[in-house]
Design a protein around this ligand. Structure first.
Ligand SMILES: [Zn+2]
Length: 279
């Protein structure tokens, strides 16, 4: 149940941007063209990044799931990919104010996706190119060495990623003291305490450019920074330290480096996949 510093910082930035947009609209209402900044129903894209079945952050295959980030994205009607025979429109599988999620369609080719809102306005293309490799989706982004569910014991998903409070990870309830294990092979990157996160651990996952974060652990991880961990290695136990109501793991999955230019993505698809592979 934690909002940590980076979430608050991002939220602060978003509010600042929103404030600027609102003040622009207020001062120059008459000068704003339909579809421009401040016009009702217009949407603005910040980026399109891969969140599931990825090759890399901006490299995907048909079947990969991408997240469109920006403002007013609850208004998105279609995500438009470049196709070899013309634009391909896809309805998002999920939309929030600042994110819309869509599956890359067959036939899509490299380009800068854009979106169309409910009133038919088209956004500017994404500033970054999305590279689309041909062929079947990769079965998983997990390395061949396997994976494990991060909680070795009875557990229950309490709350997923995002939502109204911009939750940065997934909350998974489990009895205090239940072992926490490395979900992927990697290296212990940090073992720290923070008032909201409580005792937390960051694992730099090998080979997938991802960081895994475990929060609210009952005690500091016994592992030292730099220790290599294999899949299933115990890294701590479930607790309720920091800002936690009840014993649970707040788990985050970052593509790239956590808090250093990386991006927290929805960990639930990974958790579901790891659960399937466990046992
Ligand atoms: Zn949480």
């Amino acid at each position: 149940m934690s909002h940590h510093r980076s979430v608050d910082a991002r939220l602060g930035l978003a509010l600042l941007v929103l404030g600027l947009l609102l003040s622009c609209a207020g001062n120059a209402e008459a000068a704003v063209a339909p579809g421009g900044i401040g016009a009702g129903g217009s949407v603005a894209l910040a980026d399109v990044t891969c969140v599931r079945q990825c090759v890399a952050v901006h490299k995907v295959r048909p079947g990969s799931t991408v997240r469109v980030r920006g403002l007013d994205l609850e208004e998105v009607r279609e995500v438009v990919f470049r196709g070899s025979k013309g634009p391909i429109q896809v309805e998002p599988v999920q939309r929030t104010e600042r994110a819309a999620t869509a599956v890359v369609p067959e036939g899509a080719v490299a380009g800068r996706p854009y979106v169309i809102d409910q009133s038919g306005h088209q956004s500017a293309p994404s500033p970054h190119k999305l590279f689309i490799l041909p062929g079947a989706p990769s079965p998983s982004s997990t390395p061949a060495s396997g994976s494990a569910y991060p909680i070795a014991g009875k557990h229950e998903l309490w709350e997923g990623f995002g939502g109204a409070r911009e939750h940065g990870g997934a909350d998974i309830g489990a009895a205090c003291g239940t072992p926490l294990v490395a979900a992927l092979t990697g290296t212990v990157e940090s073992v720290k305490y923070e008032p909201r996160a409580g005792n937390y651990l960051v694992i730099d996952a090998g080979g997938v450019d991802a960081d895994l974060i475990y929060m609210h652990m009952s005690a500091p991880s016994p592992l030292k920074v730099g220790t290599p961990v294999a899949v299933g290695t115990q890294v701590g136990t479930v607790g309720d330290t920091g800002n936690a109501q009840g014993c649970h793991l707040h788990f985050e999955y970052w593509i790239g480096e956590a808090w250093l230019g990386g991006e927290a993505v929805d960990p639930v698809p990974y958790l579901t996949q790891w659960e399937g592979s466990a046992g």
